[in-house]
Design a protein around this ligand. Structure first.
Ligand code: NDP
Length: 345
């Protein structure tokens, strides 16, 4: 069983009816043709639920073919997604039955990974398998590369992170605190705010849904201005952050989730402000930073082992929970890395 896309999201936001389960028999396994095609069959254990999937599903999906897992999803196509699984059959000499693997799987029970597909053997290093979908996978790399490589922080700088209780944001804030910055996060509920200030050690946090004037709110939290804005949401928050930025501030545009479900043109920052304050804006993709992957893993493993960072996870159980898990991302339903556990190992 696996989820396919049956219609493009209309009105911007996704709906459960955009997906349908398709069933197909995998047995008997075609051993000869698998060998010829160097295919690997993986039993999916955990699959990642990510906001970027929505942009792939839209009828006017932007061309993002620079990275294969962000290419548009066509109607009837199985939705591929990062995940962790166990090899149950292999026609590829690089993998054996029983290998634990991580790579581009799908929102389904099994994945047939073709030759050249993103798949690597996985050493769990003593961590739960779920960590290899979140903190030790792309969410972690996005936070690490985005903060250190794109934001180019200096100790003591003032950092603002939006969607701060989410998968990427919660890690950005923790890396920034460990590095020696002053960190404030925004999130959509009081519980999330309490979590940021308590368990995650942010200097401060606020519920953006309770603020009528975001510019004024940020002025309150950053009376001396913002040096770095790690932007996960775009739209009005980006506009308000730029209005509060210091000269030579940096904005790392990681994602603009508030705009993914909007039909109308979002509000934009004041360009003249950007000119006069000499602000650097940089969009980035974690996939561009594989060169620092080893450094990211060794540092993050060390921080996890020393209890210096917390991996927030939000796990649903069972294939059928995938659509609601996905819809929940756009409603603030998750705390930390959203994923679905498909099966026991
Ligand atoms: P999260 O775990 O942060 O989940 C999404 C969160 O976004 C929700 O929990 C919600 O939290 C918040 N949100 C949803 N809608 C809105 C809205 N309209 N306005 C403000 N906040 C909203 O997801 P990820 O950590 O996986 O992704 C965070 C961002 O990073 C996304 O924009 C994503 O596209 C991007 N990304 C970019 C990558 C890259 O390589 N550049 C890689 C991975 C992710 P709340 O309750 O606070 O509203």
């Amino acid at each position: 069983n696996r989820y396919i896309s049956i219609k493009h999201p209309i009105n911007g936001a996704p709906e459960e009816s955009d997906f349908e389960i398709k069933s197909e028999s995998l047995s008997p396994l075609p051993a000869d043709s698998m060998k010829k095609k160097k295919e690997v069959i993986v039993k999916n254990l955990y699959v990642s639920i990510d906001p970027y999937q929505l942009n792939r599903m839209k009828s006017h999906s932007p061309s993002q073919s620079a990275i294969n897992f962000a290419s548009p999803v066509t109607i009837g196509q199985t939705i591929d997604a990062y995940g962790v699984g166990r090899v149950i059959a292999s026609g590829n000499p690089a993998f054996e039955k029983g290998d634990l693997v991580a790579g581009l799987l799908c929102w389904g029970e099994y994945t047939v990974v073709k030759e050249g597909g993103l798949l690597n053997k996985l050493d769990p290093m003593g961590f739960p398998l779920s960590y290899h979908v979140g903190v030790l996978a792309f969410s972690g790399l996005t936070a690490y590369a985005g903060f250190f490589e794109v934001c180019k922080p200096k100790k003591g700088e003032k950092v603002f992170v939006s969607a701060a209780s989410g998968s990427v944001g919660s890690l950005v804030g923790q890396y920034a605190k460990l590095f020696g910055c002053y960190v404030v996060g925004s999130a959509g509920t009081q519980q999330k705010v309490d979590l940021l200030k308590g368990k995650l050690g942010f200097d401060d946090a606020f519920n953006y849904k309770e603020e009528t004037d975001l510019k004024a709110a940020l002025k309150r939290y950053f009376p001396e201005g913002i040096d770095i804005y790690f932007d996960n949401v775009g739209g009005e928050m980006q506009e308000a952050a730029v209005a509060n930025m210091n000269t030579f501030g940096r904005v790392a545009v990681c994602g603009v989730i508030s705009e993914y479900t909007k039909k109308n043109k979002p509000s934009a920052p004041d360009m003249l402000d950007i000119v006069y304050k000499r602000i650097t804006f940089q969009g980035f993709l974690a996939a561009d930073y594989m060169k620092i992957y080893n450094n990211f893993i060794s540092k993050t493993v060390e921080y996890l082992r020393d209890g210096k960072i917390q991996a927030l996870e939000d796990i649903l159980y069972g294939l059928e929970t995938i659509p609601s898990a996905f819809l929940g991302l756009f409603l603030g339903g998750n705390v930390g890395k959203k994923m679905v556990k498909i099966a026991e190992d």
